[in-house]
Design a protein around this ligand. Sequence first.
Ligand SMILES: [Zn+2]
Length: 363
Amino acid sequence: MTDSLQSVGIPAGIATGNDYLTLLRACHEGCYALPAINVTSSSTANAVLEAAAHNKSDIIIQLSYSGARFYGGRGLKNDHKAAVYGALSLAQHIHMVAKEYGIAVILHTDHANRPLIPWLNDLIDFSATQYANTGRPLFSSHMLDLSTEPLEDNIKECAIILKRLTPLGVGLEIELGLTGGEEDGIGQEYNENTTDNAHLYTQPEDVLKAWQELSPLGTVSIAASFGNVHGVYKTKINLNPEILKASQELVQHFSHTGPKPLHLVFHGGSGSELEKIEQAISYGVFKMNIDTDTQFAYAQGVGHYIKDNQEAFEYQVSPVTGQPLKKLYDPRRWVRAGELSLIERLHQSFITLGSRGKTIAFR
Ligand SMILES: [Zn+2]
């Protein structure tokens, strides 16, 4: 069936509205997921696009609030404005270059809790203006993570945001249950000894309630926790993807849908066992977040480069040979070393998630 979606296809570049939905359907029918990579710079964004193009896979690029704040520039004093400008400028960069890579890109913002709703609203305002001018929003989807609040409050606020997004062709990701650990300042530090594990598993009944209230309002995806933890630790707690299966079956039963009605998201994917990942995808996960592993890969690439060219990071001219070292300390050299290492790490992800060779984009 994916063949049919592959032959219909969607244009290369940022997928929004119906194209975004077509891409979700292709993942669903083809039983694969897309890597969702957090970026904080044009360098990391370009590397992710390059890796996706190389693997002929579509891709999800996402920005956290603090990643956007960093992109906006540390020198800007106002955190809110810097995070708005950072998100808008990185998004526009990706809009400019993405279609040249010949793949489809879902452009997404990661965890936003209640204090960050004004940030989301400013980004949505910008999408609304762009939509009025061009018929297209800036982002494909946003996440609102009110998982620490009572379910009713979580759903109520998500409904308000979703009603703003739907006319613009933008989707909403919500979180039910709690992904352990913190992601870029959102969430709580995960402690292997003291964190209460019960919160790390979503109740399928909560998924049903959220789906019944939100799915009539627009395109919703759900980060349901099944023991996921952000970050990589010495010991991992037990992943239980059966929760995803139970949630799908409960919704199918009570809402009389076809099989696997939910678009599910896997947070805290770094360092997970292959078998659990494959299981989660077979239960309808279309998006797996990867941040910790790609951060490490980028750092390793830069680290090795510096180690191999140490002289160039201490002297402009070699005290040994008398040769200028400009070519070696040029940021394009060591930044590129980070990019190549990140790309190398991502090759694995496309294979693991089954998205390699499955792009549905046409140029
Ligand atoms: Zn997360």
